[in-house]
Design a protein around this ligand. Structure first.
Ligand code: SAH
Length: 249
């Protein structure tokens, strides 16, 4: 953390606090990476061919989204993987905010919930579980007599599945943690006016460009390219990492 600060990547106290408050060691599976490496500034394997991003990438993305992760904001973490960043985002939007993590690997979604439960139990209300699907505001959790709405929910789904985001209230901040080969209209639609999305755009297994997408209050969308990065692919439903179909005919 001190190095992330001295290098200027962590700029704001809110991002520093969130990163310090989430213990990365609890998001690492000893079957795939040595717990002793948890505090190194490198990506680490989390199983299922996926990785937890390096702390400096988490810091860069949180700083880019900082003004859209204020208390009360709604945020979406696409490809939430280990759950680390989703938890940090949830701390930043508390109190009053909401973060939805969407992860296509069911085992990772389930394990990430266990990690969050160990690291920041207050973020998950009783009964929050993988597999519920995004829930528009105004349903169960807003019932004044019902259970409190969790700050963080993590759902197992492919974010590009038809209909998944239909009916979901738009998000002030969207973080995409996997490389997209196009700026999917579905994700742009899910962004609220005045909102910001950070997304690595580019070809698979190559270099992508971390891109900031801003939606103005009138709905106009502007993009700017920031830096070269290397992320695992954002896959379409029914597709594997390498682009082959998951089913053989
Ligand atoms: N920010 C996460 C990054 C995990 S790697 C972390 O630091 O832990 C990216 C994740 O995106 C992987 O877990 C992968 O399974 C997931 N993913 C890829 N394509 C997806 C899709 N279309 N929908 C949901 N999750 C996806």
């Amino acid at each position: 953390m001190d190095r992330l600060k001295s290098s200027g990547l962590v700029k704001t106290p809110r991002v520093e606090e969130a990163l310090r408050a989430v213990d990365r060691r609890l998001f690492i599976d000893a079957a795939h990476a040595a717990p002793a490496d948890a505090y190194q500034d490198t990506p680490l394997r989390i199983g299922y061919s996926q990785t937890i991003s390096a702390p400096h990438m988490h810091a860069i993305c949180l700083e880019l989204l900082e003004r859209h992760l204020r208390p009360g904001c709604r945020a979406l973490d696409v490809g939430s993987g280990s759950g680390y960043l989703a938890a940090a985002m949830a701390l930043m939007v508390s109190p009053g905010g909401y973060v939805l993590g969407v992860e296509k690997v069911p085992e990772l979604a389930a394990r990430s919930l266990q990690s969050v439960r160990a690291a920041c139990p207050g973020l998950l209300a009783e009964g929050a579980a993988a597999g519920d699907g995004p829930r528009p505001r105004g349903t169960v959790h807003d019932d004044p007599g019902g259970p409190p709405r969790p700050v963080l929910e993590i759902t197992h789904a492919n974010v590009l599945s038809a209909g998944l985001m239909d009916g979901a209230e738009p998000f002030d901040a969207i973080h995409v943690g996997a490389a997209a080969d196009e700026l999917h209209p579905l994700l742009v639609r899910a962004l609220a006016p005045g909102g910001r999305m950070v997304i690595p755009l580019g070809p698979r297994y190559s270099t992508q460009v971390l891109t900031v997408v801003d939606k103005a209050a009138n709905g106009d969308v502007t993009t700017h390219e920031l830096m070269h990065v290397g992320y695992v692919p954002l896959t379409r439903p029914g597709e594997m990492e390498d682009g082959f179909a998951t089913q053989h005919y």
